[in-house]
Ligand binder design. Structure first.
Ligand code: ADP
Ligand code: MG
Length: 646
């Protein structure tokens, strides 16, 4: 007797639904993707109870004919691909034909649609996968899907849902990011009567960022200049001959990446889109952290919105049931392209941190607007909770007491002089909790010049506590951390010399004997060659001791031992696993830190002048190799405001 049986359609759909529909946000994602695939110019999402009671997605796309509308609920029914080969070149967001039957299997679903070619519309009702009703209706056009009581027939699943505000937060994040990826289309998200997002079509990604995330977030970002590269020619396996090599085409990166002073404690604010599809990708996360290497501290993360466009056959989207992971045919190429695009933007913009400013009193009109927004939001529980939340409003963070933090031994900034509280800039921001999406403001979009780049015409005036150089130019007042500045200059110089195999060593009068701990000894053996290329001449000398005969030129003899041990400890057991670039970066950072001018050191005018010029020529004058800020700018406008002249 046979014990294997084919599962009934309804059971199969429930199983598929388990993969596709995890929470209300997954339903919204699938329905929104369908709307975008249908060519909609307008997508409206309405919710009740965080999507648990109702999710409604309406669009003005092409709609469906009566027959197609019924077919759409069959499993694996799709208009987007026809054959297995098409899987290699998916240009739509959907292609699996699983979403509608899956959603219908676990909710009470109602679809209304009308195809442009038909005069009557169609209304279909399905509950828990069972067709309840099909009717002809009058329907203006486009498609609307309502999914009520998600998981009503799978109580175990329902129990896993989080609070309404958490689910709403996930949906808001999702809709916001689809809106960011499609600036020419309009998106609206409401929860009961509460409007969470309303974004009319705009002309550019920059305007969309301003519209949905607000001016403050925009100011924290550097826009990437579009970088385009031709993909490698070789035909990847699985692609048939009919794909001509010249069609290998271009890969293009655009987007936004945060200025170096913006720090996040997790990766929640890194968003990556492949052909306008929001995906998760480890490779890209790695490329982004590479881009920020020696610009951001090792333990923090930037904010990034990266859009990658490439020919459909270069990316396999059929990797994950809910299509949030992809595989690239030329993954290393894509990795390097993303890394270089961000790095290039950071280096060419050379963004300087504005001095943390207190919030200036707002014009009453703005106040009302904000109050309105706050009120609208407070009708609902906090929108943004849970792990995937929107970009923080940094003023809000600083209100929670997170202002600028300098690490010792630098003197802590005194309050009451320059207004430090309510910083517009927050370094080491707290984990992002209870954030909310920026309410579209009516104010003018800030000009990009609000973000200043490092100047080359600074006139040094003196030092604060023999540690920070005070300088001016036409733009205002500048404070420069002399140690960090010199460190950056030496770091870049050292790396360049290393690259050209020209690092100079200086022979010590007497060799310095250094005793190593066992793990340091092990690291030393791994590192010996690289140390030699970095200006060291070190020889084994007895059991666990080495003799340093030559050290990098700028290092004082009495600092050589500390430097060597620091390098060995920093690299630790990782010598083998680190890429050569990372390893060289670590060594250069240690050498430059030891060689740089210290704090509490008087500098004459010429030295200050030299340092400011040298910094002006650096690739990344904004942060030291450990990621701390080097320069703060107190702009003319801020000065005038502080003195109540404007
Ligand atoms: P897929 O998107 O993978 O094709 P779905 O189950 O999401 O599968 O949808 C099935 C089909 O229904 C789609 O291929 C499309 O033809 C049609 N469809 C779904 N939603 C819409 C919509 N909003 N507008 C027009 N057609 C739609
Ligand atoms: Mg779909």
């Amino acid at each position: 007797m046979s014990i294997i049986r084919i599962l009934p359609e309804a059971v199969a759909n429930k199983i598929a639904a388990g993969e596709v529909v995890e929470r209300p946000a997954s339903v919204v994602k699938e329905l929104m993707e369908n709307s975008l695939d249908a060519g909609a110019g307008r997508v409206e999402v309405s919710l009740e109870a965080g999507g648990k009671r109702l999710i409604r997605v309406a669009d003005d796309g092409c709609g469906m004919t009566h027959d197609d509308a019924l077919l759409a609920f069959e499993r694996h029914a799709t208009s987007k691909i026809r054959s297995a080969e098409d899987l290699f070149e998916v240009s739509t967001l959907g292609f699996r034909g699983e979403a509608l039957p899956s959603i219908a299997a676990v909710s009470r679903l109602e679809l209304q649609t009308r195809h442009t070619a038909e005069s009557a519309g169609t209304r279909i009702e399905i509950a828990g996968g069972r067709l309840r009703d099909v009717k002809e209706v009058t329907w203006a056009g486009g498609t609307q899907v309502e999914a009520r009581d998600l998981f009503f027939n799978t109580p175990a699943r329902r129990k896993f849902l989080k609070s309404e505000s958490t689910e709403l937060g996930h949906i808001a994040t999702l809709v916001t990011h689809y809106a960011l990826a499609h600036p020419q289309r309009s998106f609206r998200l409401t929860s009961l009567t509460n409007e969470i997002l309303n974004a009319a079509p705009v002309g550019s990604a920059r305007e969309r960022v301003y519209q949905v995330l607000g001016g403050q977030v925009l100011e924290q970002l550097v826009e990437l200049a579009m970088v385009e590269r031709r993909l490698p020619q070789a035909l990847p396996p699985g692609i048939e001959e009919e794909v001509q090599p010249e069609e290998s085409g271009l890969a293009r990166v655009t987007g936004f990446a945060s200025r170096p002073e913006i720090h996040r404690l997790n990766r929640n604010q890194i968003y990556f889109f492949v052909n306008r599809r929001l995906v998760r990708d480890r490779l890209i996360l790695h490329a982004i952290s590479e881009a920020y290497r020696n610009i951001l501290p090792a333990s923090v993360f930037p904010v990034a919105l990266i859009f990658l466009e490439l020919p459909a056959f270069e990316v396999d989207v059929n990797v994950h049931p809910s299509k949030i992971e992809v595989r690239f045919r030329h993954s290393q190429f894509i990795h390097d392209l993303v890394r270089d695009s961000i790095r290039q933007a950071l280096v060419s913009a050379r963004p300087v941190a504005a001095f943390p400013m207190s919030k200036t009193p707002k014009a009453p009109a703005t106040d009302t607007l904000e109050a309105d927004a706050a009120e609208r939001l407070s009708e609902e529980p906090p929108v943004m909770k849970g792990p995937e939340i929107l970009w923080p409003d940094s003023a809000r963070q600083s209100e929670r007491g997170e202002a600028l933090r300098l690490s010792s031994p630098r003197p802590a900034p005194q309050t009451g002089r320059l207004p430090l509280e309510g910083a517009a800039l927050s370094v080491y921001a707290p984990p992002d909790e209870a954030e909310r999406p920026g309410i579209p403001a009516n104010a003018e979009m800030p000009e990009s010049s609000a973000a200043s780049e490092f100047p080359t015409d600074l006139l040094p005036l003196g030092q604060v506590q023999e540690s920070f150089i005070v300088a001016t130019n036409g733009e205002g007042l500048w404070l420069v951390d002399q140690h960090a500045a010199h460190e950056r200059v030496l770091f870049e110089h050292h790396l360049r010399q290393r690259h050209e195999k020209k690092v100079e060593g200086q022979r010590l009068l007497l060799p310095i004997v250094v005793e190593l701990k066992p793990e340091q000894q092990a690291t030393f053996q791994e590192l010996a060659e690289e140390l030699a290329a970095n200006g060291f001449e070190v020889e084994p000398f007895g059991q666990r001791t080495v003799a340093v005969k030559t050290a990098p030129a700028e290092i004082r003899a009495d600092d050589v031992e500390r430097l060597l041990l620091e390098i060995l400890d920093n690299v630790g057991g990782e010598a083998k696993s680190l890429s050569l670039d990372v390893l060289r970066g670590k060594i250069a950072a240690s050498v430059s830190c030891h060689a740089a001018i210290k704090v509490n050191m008087p500098l004459d005018r010429d030295k200050m002048d030299w340092l400011l010029r040298a910094l002006g020529r650096a690739d990344c004058p904004m942060t030291c190799p450990h990621g701390r800020p080097i320069v703060l700018r107190y702009g003319m406008k801020d000065l005038l405001k502080a003195f109540k002249r404007i």
